[in-house]
Design a protein around this ligand. Structure first.
Ligand code: PHE
Ligand code: ZN
Length: 877
């Protein structure tokens, strides 16, 4: 096999496919090491003048080719290598190609294409996995209708599934059987799926708004049927929500979900046959936390929403990935906000965006929401494409309003149902439906980096006017030295001395609807009239744009907003800003700020104990910025140990200063009765467990005892994990006791064991790296299982900055060695782990040198995958 030259692919080089495929007839005979695939394709030349016919090239990887026929006759004027099959001179006009190949699902450890997970055959085709099943024009703008016949040994695989409707099944000789599935909707190959195995089925049904009954099925490992209830409820809730809020109805008569235990990502939206990482399906109060319940609800919804935003209207090419992902993330965020607390959901999303996307955008892996080039598309399933992509849809929603946005969606589906389209098509639908010019908005899709918005505010008491000066600053990012100003929806309020919002009246006398200003220039000034008293400007309410705000507010202003802002997001933001100022000073060792940490803690108290506010919000209010956020704020020569200590001390001060309040909250917010995952109970547990953790932050006897008791008395996984997280961070015998008890109780539950691994890998206890090395050799650990890798190695690399950045380099060593090993069989997982090094350049010199050395070692590894070499190359470059 020749080694492939990594080749950069450019958006500007896009050309339509010279050939189109109308129908695909697959005949798959499943066998562990030797699965035979016969494919019959109806091919026709594309009449697009930009795509002249010529040789027909089909993609294919890791396939054994047995025969090629054209219009029923075997041919040999073709060439094949490890990436493709080229038919040199195909006939003119439409023709039929028949190809027979075999592949080896058992040996497939990359988990792309057809593989086996716990004895179950399943497929993962997005983005380019279909070419590992058969030769095909494996690109999303080739849409075909599929008919799939699957056969297998009936004992090994009693259940045989593929996309669409079951049209035939029956028994064969030799204990084999078959099933034939037909999908009436043309689809790109990345949405193909096939499953075979011994699976149990949980069934339910849903009546759509037009009265059609949809058969709903969740397939799981036999014995796990009792853990699918929440996933099924979530599916029905999501289906109803999409009808009510977006007017979108499900289109097939059956919707199937299969849960597997080896999966590279969270879940996959294959048409009518989603495949899920089982951690996002299986739930029961004793094994899943509130967070697990919420993730299951959100991901079930996300994949379901893809049926319209992704499947019915799909992407022309992979540069347009955000077209389906950003939009679907926005839709799932709105879904959760409608089910649960809107402000808390917004806070959680912004926290994730800041900690992970902003750092991506500020480092060597920065790329636009719609990239213009890539080497390996697998590397672009990023926070930028997903989360920032979601923020761009949210800005459109903010600018156009709910009705305007829905009008745009309606036009988008009217124009493009059944097509593979671009971001331009989406934005054009939004613009045309609202008679708006959104051409400047395209810059958001094409420019990388987080814009900085600098605000200055002036009040003139004698004139009763106020001015807001806004400047947008765009730092250069890789390949983009210069940038143009973007349109920024800036939602603001002027908070008067009584804590109430003052009317926002422009100098010309018109009121600003919804407090929404549009910043379109590099520098802009807004003037307000009738401002009798000096107000405090509350800027970027609801985080109305994904920017970094430099605000003009001093401590007294922020303290006021922290207590009074009617915008709950900004009230939380004021507390975050206050905390951040102190954290940065403490991390830099500027001791003089330490005294006002107590002042800050006292200012948190009133919100924490305000019974008018939702408990979930109050809990979120007391969580300081993450270590990743603090590191970014510092920006250069970061000492992760100092950052960790600063945050730990701030939390200890919160616990100490608010002790009385926290104790009362802990007592008052016990949730009586049987565990329920409803938002109200979740909020109460969250507030109570926040109190528990803050009370233990100082590691007082009393705090530790309370955590121990909480652990012993827990009758659900949420409480159990909340206590265990505290205990696992202690350098005391109570830690080992708790971890052992937990292990003994749960050693046969794989998903709970993942939690057990993760909690130790994230522990701040001093011997964490020794422990992680031991766990790496634990019999329950498997480097081949992505969930385990994420639980142990991922949790350390992405979730434990203190020990990953250990000053002796051991964290880098451990993670780096693991990356090199994993790269040998699962490049996608290896490359994702490698991104943990992405902010190495902002570390202090000692760690910087060690991180660089590790990256150089990885880069030099022989046979390094295209995935990992692209990521590591960019980080070093
Ligand atoms: N498209 C999946 C989603 O819903 C994610 C995914 C990408 C899964 C690639 C597997 C492989 O976001
Ligand atoms: Zn998605």
């Amino acid at each position: 096999m020749k080694t492939e030259e990594p080749r950069t692919i450019y958006l500007k080089d896009y050309r339509p496919s010279p050939y189109l495929i109308e129908t695909v007839d697959l005949d798959v005979a499943l066998a562990p090491e030797n699965t035979r695939v016969r494919s019959r394709l109806k091919v026709k030349p594309n009449d697009d003048p930009d795509a002249p016919a010529g040789p027909l090239t089909l993609d294919g990887e890791k396939l054994e080719l047995h025969s090629v026929k054209i219009n029923g006759t075997p041919i040999n004027d073709y060439t094949a290598d490890d990436q493709s099959l080229t038919i040199t001179s195909p006939p003119e006009g439409p023709f039929e190609v028949e190809i027979e190949t075999t592949c080896n699902p058992q040996a497939n450890e990359a988990l792309e294409g057809l593989y086996r997970s716990g004895g179950i055959y399943c497929t993962q085709c997005e983005p380019e996995g279909f070419r590992r099943i058969t030769y095909f024009i494996d690109r999303p703008d080739v849409l075909a209708r599929y008919r799939v016949r699957v056969e297998a040994d009936k004992r090994e695989a009693p259940v045989l599934l593929a996309n669409g409707n079951l049209v035939e099944d029956g028994d064969l000789d030799d204990g084999r059987h078959f099933a034939v599935w037909e999908d009436p909707f043309p689809k790109p190959s990345y949405l193909f799926a096939l499953v075979g195995g011994n699976l149990a089925c949980v069934q339910d049904s849903f009546i759509t708004k037009t009265g059609r009954a949809i058969d709903l099925r969740i397939y799981v490992e036999p014995g796990k049927e009792g853990r699918c209830g929440w996933a099924m409820e979530s599916l029905k809730t999501a289906m109803r929500w999409d009808e009510e809020r977006f007017g979108l109805e499900y289109d097939l008569d059956i919707y199937m979900i299969v849960a597997v235990s080896d999966f590279n990502m969270g879940a996959m939206e294959n048409k009518g046959l989603n495949v899920f990482n089982d951690k996002l399906i299986l739930a029961r109060p004793d094994i899943a936390t509130d967070t697990d319940y919420e993730s299951i609800e959100a991901v079930i919804a996300h994949e379901y929403f893809h049926n319209w935003t992704g499947n019915r209207v799909t992407c022309r090419d992979w540069f347009q990935l955000c077209l389906k992902e950003g939009l679907t993330v926005f839709r799932d965020q709105e879904f959760t906000a409608d089910q649960r607390s809107r402000p808390v959901k917004r806070i959680e999303d912004v926290r994730l965006l800041r900690a992970r996307q902003f750092s991506e955008d500020a480092g060597p892996l920065a790329h636009p929401v719609r990239p213009s080039s890539f080497v390996e598309i697998n590397n672009f399933y990023t926070l930028t494409v997903y989360e920032k992509g979601g923020e761009l849809c949210r800005m459109l929603h903010t600018m156009l309003g709910e009705d305007g946005f829905q009008a745009g969606m309606k036009l988008y589906f009217e124009r493009h149902d059944g097509q593979a389209v671009t971001v331009e098509d989406f934005v054009a639908a939004m613009a045309d439906a609202n008679d708006r010019d959104l051409s400047q908005f395209m810059r958001w899709y094409n420019q990388a980096g987080t814009p900085e918005v600098v605000c200055r505010f002036e009040h003139d008491a004698s004139e009763k006017t106020a001015k807001l000066h806004v400047t947008q600053v765009h730092a250069p990012s890789p390949g983009q030295p210069e940038k143009e100003p973007v349109p920024i929806p800036l939602r603001i309020g002027l908070v008067g001395p009584d804590g109430e919002d003052m009317p926002l009246i422009l100098k010309n006398g018109s009121e600003v609807p919804g407090g929404l200003l549009m910043v379109t220039e590099r520098e802009q000034t807004f003037e307000f009239a009738d401002v009798a008293h000096r107000p405090i400007p509350s800027l970027l309410r609801g985080f109305s744009a994904p920017v970094k705000l430099s605000s003009p507010l001093d401590d007294a202003d922020l303290d006021f907003l922290m207590r009074h802002d009617s915008d709950l997001f900004n009230r939380w933001q004021a507390a975050q800003t206050q905390a951040m100022k102190r954290l940065v000073a403490m991390a830099r060792g500027e001791g003089e700020f330490v005294p006002d940490v107590r002042e800050f803690a006292l200012a948190v108290g009133p919100t924490l104990t305000d019974d008018w506010l939702e408990p979930a919000y109050r809990a979120a209010f007391a969580v300081p910025p993450s270590e990743l956020d603090i590191a970014q704020e510092i920006g250069a020569d970061v000492d992760p140990t100092g950052v960790h200590k600063a945050r730990r001390d701030l939390r200890a001060t919160l616990g100490h200063t608010l002790q009385g309040d926290l104790q009362r909250l802990y007592e008052d917010y016990a949730v009586p009765g049987e565990y329920q995952p409803d938002p109200d109970s979740v909020g109460k547990r969250s507030l109570r467990n926040t109190a528990l953790a803050l009370l233990a932050a100082e590691e007082t006897e009393d705090g530790v005892k309370r955590a121990q008791t909480h652990f012993k008395n827990a009758d659900n996984m949420t409480d159990s994990m909340a206590a265990l997280r505290i205990l696992a961070g202690l350098d005391r015998p109570e830690r080992d006791e708790a971890l052992e008890t937990f292990y003994d109780r749960w050693k046969d539950e794989q998903l709970v064991l993942d939690k057990w691994f993760a909690i130790q890998a994230q522990s701040t206890a001093s011997d964490t790296l020794d422990r992680v090395e031991r766990l790496r050799r634990h019999p329950a650990f498997s480097i081949k299982n992505p969930n385990r890798v994420r639980a142990l190695i991922g949790a350390l690399a992405h979730g434990n900055p203190l020990h990953f950045h250990s000053a002796d380099g051991r964290g880098y060593e451990f993670v780096g060695e693991s990356i090199m090993e994993i790269d040998g069989f699962n490049p996608m997982i290896a490359a994702r782990l490698a991104s943990a090094f992405s902010s190495w350049k902002m570390l202090e010199p000692g760690r910087r040198a060690m991180a660089q050395q590790m990256l150089e070692r990885i880069a030099a590894k022989e046979g390094l995958s295209r995935d990992t070499s692209e990521v590591v190359g960019k980080m070093l470059g």
